[in-house]
Design a protein around this ligand. Structure first.
Ligand SMILES: N[C@@H](CCC(=O)N[C@@H](CS)C(=O)NCC(=O)O)C(=O)O
Length: 221
């Protein structure tokens, strides 16, 4: 049995979960938070989630996890297409989303979720970075109907898990100039993805957890 360690509020846990669900694999989710405890660092050296356990062995890094699962369970859909050019495109899109959009966007939404004030200078700086990233992404996405083409791939796992969070979390900071609003095809793509079983499930679970976290914050305040 595959075990996926991590919380359903995490983009990268959800990225892996989307791949697992789309491939129809049986799995168990072990709900753990990121941790710098020695025991957790043994299975996840950066202390991050997700971690995957298969046959008593552990894998960390969401991309490595999905590539591994796609190799040992080669049934459709192939998260990494067999065609090397298509495979490269899937990896390009995934890297672009995470490196040029999610990592910069996190500097805003993680600070904000921890109750820190986000300064205008940071918002301006990140807006430039995200605008550049969105323009670059626009050149390579297909949305026909999936982000990299006709089939569901790892790029969809990353896009749905990361870009929906960036879209929602940055809305209050960029109410009139959200960089993702310039990504043509994005809104229709999200609506299409939400009609699918796996993404709908991931979204529902994320929303449920968010409400619990919001309620807990209100109690503390
Ligand atoms: N590159 C990693 C990123 C994973 C990641 O950043 N996970 C977040 C949760 S979404 C985390 O564990 N953060 C806690 C930390 O950075 O210490 C991957 O693809 O798995």
């Amino acid at each position: 049995m595959i075990k996926l360690y991590g919380a359903s509020i995490s983009n990268y846990v959800n990225k892996v979960k989307l791949g697992i669900l789309e491939k129809g694999l049986e799995f168990e989710q072990v709900r753990v938070a990121p941790s710098q405890e020695e025991d957790f660092l043994k299975i996840s050296p950066m202390g991050k989630i997700p971690v995957l356990e298969v046959e008593g062995k552990f894998i960390f890094e969401s991309g490595a996890i999905l590539e591994f699962l796609d190799t040992i369970f080669p049934q459709e859909p192939k998260l990494i297409p067999n065609d090397p050019w298509e495979a490269a495109r899937v990896r390009e899109i995934t890297t672009m989303i995470e490196t040029y959009l999610d990592i910069p966007a996190r500097r805003i939404y993680i600070s904000s979720s921890r109750g820190k004030e986000v300064e205008q200078i940071l918002l301006d700086e990140i807006h430039i970075v995200l605008t550049k990233g969105v323009k670059a992404l626009q050149r390579v996405v297909r949305f026909s109907p999936y982000i990299a083409g006709k089939t569901f791939t790892m790029a969809d796992c990353s896009a749905f898990a990361n870009l929906t969070v960036i879209d929602e979390e940055l809305r209050k900071f960029y109410p009139n100039n959200h960089p993702l609003d310039d990504l043509q095809g994005w809104k229709e793509y999200v609506e299409f993805m939400k009609t699918k079983e796996g993404p709908a499930l991931v979204e529902k679970e994320k929303e449920r957890l968010r409400k619990i976290i919001e309620r807990a914050k209100v109690k503390v305040e």
